[in-house]
Design a binder for this molecule. Sequence first.
Ligand SMILES: Cc1cc2nc3c(=O)[nH]c(=O)nc-3n(C[C@H](O)[C@H](O)[C@H](O)COP(=O)(O)OP(=O)(O)OC[C@H]3O[C@@H](n4cnc5c(N)ncnc54)[C@H](O)[C@@H]3O)c2cc1C
Length: 558
Amino acid sequence: MAHVKHQKWWGWGEEGVFFDYRNKPAFAPFVKEAIGVSLRPRQRDTVDFATVQVPASTASEDVLARLRGISGPENVSLDDELRIVHWAGKSVLELMQTLRSDFARVPDVVVYPGSEDEVAEILRTAVAQDLVVIPFGGGSSISRSLQPAPEETRCIVSLDMGRLNKVLEIDETSGLATIQAGVLGPDMEDQLNARGWTLGHFPDSFAYSTLGGWAATRSSGMQSDKYGDIADIVRGLRLVRPSGTVVLRPLPSTSTGPSLREMVIGSEGRLGVITELTVHVHRLPQEHEVIAYMFPTWQQALTAVRRYTEAEIPLTFARISDAHETAFSLATQKASTSVKGKLAAKGQDALWAVMRRRGWDTDAMCISYACFEGSAKDVAERKKAVARIAKAHGAVVLGSGPGALYDQKKFDTPHLRDFLLEQNTVGDVSETAAPWSKLTTVHKNAYDAVQRAYAQLGKSGWIMSHMSHSYHSGACLYFTFAYVFDEENPYEEYQVVKSAIQQSFIDSGATLSHHHGVGVEHQPWMEQDVSPEGVALMKGLFQVADPGGNLNPGKVVS
Ligand SMILES: Cc1cc2nc3c(=O)[nH]c(=O)nc-3n(C[C@H](O)[C@H](O)[C@H](O)COP(=O)(O)OP(=O)(O)OC[C@H]3O[C@@H](n4cnc5c(N)ncnc54)[C@H](O)[C@@H]3O)c2cc1C
């Protein structure tokens, strides 16, 4: 079988890697206060696959013979565990469905093509045999853009791009790299870094998502302030369709009609399969430093970050945790075991005392981070400029210690969701973007909407948020919510909470998603987001591009 890395079938990441709260002494009391749950130590190290009931494959011998003829028998699999790995992404709803064997429909066969020609041949076969093809990158979708429609009766092929994982070429003069779409984040960065380059695209899902998946979902990485969103990074691409291949050459800019490149970015497999992309790459920075700041209030922090943008200070990222998320971050700090760590903890206590003497409400404080990259001189100048603005808005500069800590643990948090599910607790996210002038309202309205949803369900839940991804005209707000779910009725009550927050985004002038795409999860708000006429135009495009509905049907709009 193809040597392609996969995540656990039942959760986030690889087997053997977990969230552990026992070395974080403040975490259990924090959770008890926030949502009333008394944490139990983790019992689930893995889940026995024998506990799962997998629907039988409906792939016919004829279809299997054709697929084996194209990619080789060793790259075509009917294995039940692989079919479950490929049946969905990693949204909390999908994780719940997986753990409960709630599979309406799963891929009948998984194919690992080894070349663009094979992809083209598979798509032609799909149209001729009326199969459904769902391209699969890292399987980290959080908007249900991989799940087959429950009512699908045709044979479903999951097209895993994992063998197409090479950096093919670097044009060092132009800062462009041509890369195969199925490469996972770390494998791609290893290949680029070895030659002194980086893409600079680091979504929280970096370790388990692919370049092609990022493009197909309009992804954004945590360093997008400097490197851009994937839509800015991708300059050229190859999109294989049953009828031929769309080739978009890597041009710095072009005025050749409406942008086909933009049309493919975010298409979630509905227009064809992206096999290759040419992307902006950057020289590895000489210096990379993250500095932490503590602001007395959310409003002061938000104004300060807007001022960094107005002052056009080149930052790699700027991020603010609101008061709730700041409390959460402090609760997930590890116990200090080293002398240095114990001194730092004492230093933190002393700092809190100073803040209280200054009249700060320590429950309203917001931690913020800014990342600086470049030469030592550039970094020093930019740090000074940011510190000046931050202090003018009341901040205390905490320095690089907490900043480095943020940098180290930035990819750990997704494991927390699996741990919480074991405690009958949903921990999930919704994110949006809005103009600067609306961010305060969007933030407040999302809090109010979630609290109303919790009240409707008769439960007390948690919400927290951060601001990240700054643009000239606005920024992204990212909300995390958590509550104890009802075992009898988990999906309906999830929809109550999720819908409340999504609707509040739209009603407050924000988008329904900044970087998680649409999939199935976000579709109910598409008309409100891009107008009914906009949705009609998209439907028309997909109808003409894929009249038989063979390419990941039902995603984005249906
Ligand atoms: C814990 C967690 C954290 C996350 N953090 C971020 C974040 O910080 N930023 C962010 O942007 N997203 C984030 N996401 C969402 C997710 O990682 C992104 O949507 C990512 O871009 C998906 O990439 P993938 O390779 O895993 O694609 P998949 O999940 O495998 O597929 C996603 C969609 O793209 C299509 N697709 C995949 N590859 C191709 C291809 N080659 N050609 C055509 N279509 C294709 C699939 O059919 C599907 O519709 C997060 C998700 C989770 C669960």
